[in-house]
Write a protein that binds this ligand. Sequence first.
Ligand code: IVH
Length: 559
Amino acid sequence: MTNQSKIAKQIADLREILNEHNYRYYVADAPTIPDSEYDRVLRQLQDLEHKHPEFITPDSPTQRVGATPLTAFTQIKHEMPMLSLDNAFDLAEFSAFYNRVQDRLHTTAEIEFACEPKLDGVAVSLLYENGLLTRAATRGDGSVGEDITQNVRTIATVPLKLRSNQLPKRLEVRGEVYIPKADFSKLNQQAMNNQQKTFANPRNAAAGSLRQLDANITATRHLAFFSHGLGTIEAKVFPQRHTLQLEHLKLLGLPIAPYLETALGMQACEAYYQKMLQLRDSLNFELDGVVFKVNDINLQQQLGFVARAPRFAIAYKFPAHEEMTRLNSVEFQVGRTGILTPVARLEPVFVGGVTVSNATLHNMSEINRKDVRIGDYVIVRRAGDVIPEVVAPIKAKRKNVKQIKLPQQCPVCRSELIIEDAGIAVRCSGGLFCSAQRKQAIKHFASRKAMDIEGLGDKLVEQLVDSEYVHDIADLYHLPREQLMSMERMGEKSVDNLLQAVEKSKTTTLARFLFALGIREVGETTAKTLANQLRDLTTIETADVETLQSLPDIGPIVA
Ligand code: IVH
């Protein structure tokens, strides 16, 4: 093969992959790879086409916005195309964008940008005629979308009628339909309870909910809407700065996202990006980056558009919360109460800002529901401080996989396993005979909210149990110095501190002590109730079930 035909083939292959995933994402609402993987392939194609422009064709995925609309909805031709945004993935790419804007405007002066969160939802267009919502459409392929008016009318935050005594004759508002994080969790929880398919992420949940032929279903989904721009306008006056336009929409009764700001110059933009990155996990909607738009509408018009996106705006993306990697093996970890948790050992992957090589698979019923297997490529999610989890396998990439099997006995102490909760929980029957449970019990006993023994960290507990110096919590109270000194990373000073901390823990509250014992079902609150109501250990030890059940918030199971 000549070099040229090799490149042509490579380009054709990439396009085929992207077209396939576009179809799954936009038409079938069932993506099989994370967005980050899609972006990577798209970039590969963009780079190749950039180097070899002779191969660019109008039907390339780089030359259009989305995919063909479904036929079940009426089609609507957008009066102005609904464009996408170019992406920047780091400061260098953002600063290149900034410099391009300055160059194109022939200025070295600092540029004012409108700054907004980049909402991870579905783009829609709303048409208001004389103040009434007359039509709502999806973006579709950018020039033709689908009529989803009935569905959008069910969204509580979309006004059916604008509020103003100076209503624009025609006003097309563009924005994002999304599902708040809490509603997304509830929706998936419900789906799980009903043994139905769950949504991979909030974006898919919003898309799937909007694309219901029966708007009554949409109405149950708690969708929401934020405006982020305008299409056609026929109005006497309208502000000529993007931020003021959005503020004006707000006056008309249309919701806009919080944290709409202006930033003058590149450093101010970067500061906004960093601020939103910090806030990301605390917000009740999903955002995958921030959007910067040249604020002055005249300058926007001077800058104009390229095929797919405006030259005056960019999406500066956050590190992905989801990535793809290979599941190499599964290990079952035994927790404090003996519950076995399957943990996926992964090919290390950078996700949510850190390298992840372990992720939870929750339990056997989750494994079966998701149909995850050893050797699969999987989507791993790590958001905020939440433990990384395996979201789903990528079945399209499945080759030579092995079923995940529950072990026959406890992997640590070989005791028999007990199946509980209709197969959801699997428990080691070994109790404190099991060294894994013993370690967890001791770690819990020493933890901050329990006896608060500073210096008795996880690693030390493991060493003490493994070397058989500690069999139970009582052993903590006569730890010989020499043995402590022989443990890894333990010097004079740390041993002194630890012995002092152990001594100090002898003076504690009854509630903390009860909680520290790690009795099943007795959490911090129950421990406090027991301590407050029954006052001393002997009374608690000798109380019968009736007495216990008469206490506030203590039911028959806890009693
Ligand atoms: S402006 C001509 N602003 O991101 C510019 N888009 O990746 C059109 N999006 O299609 C888009 N938040 O669906 C804009 N604050 C925001 C946005 C936003 C989310 C979506 C929008 C767009 C996609 C491009």
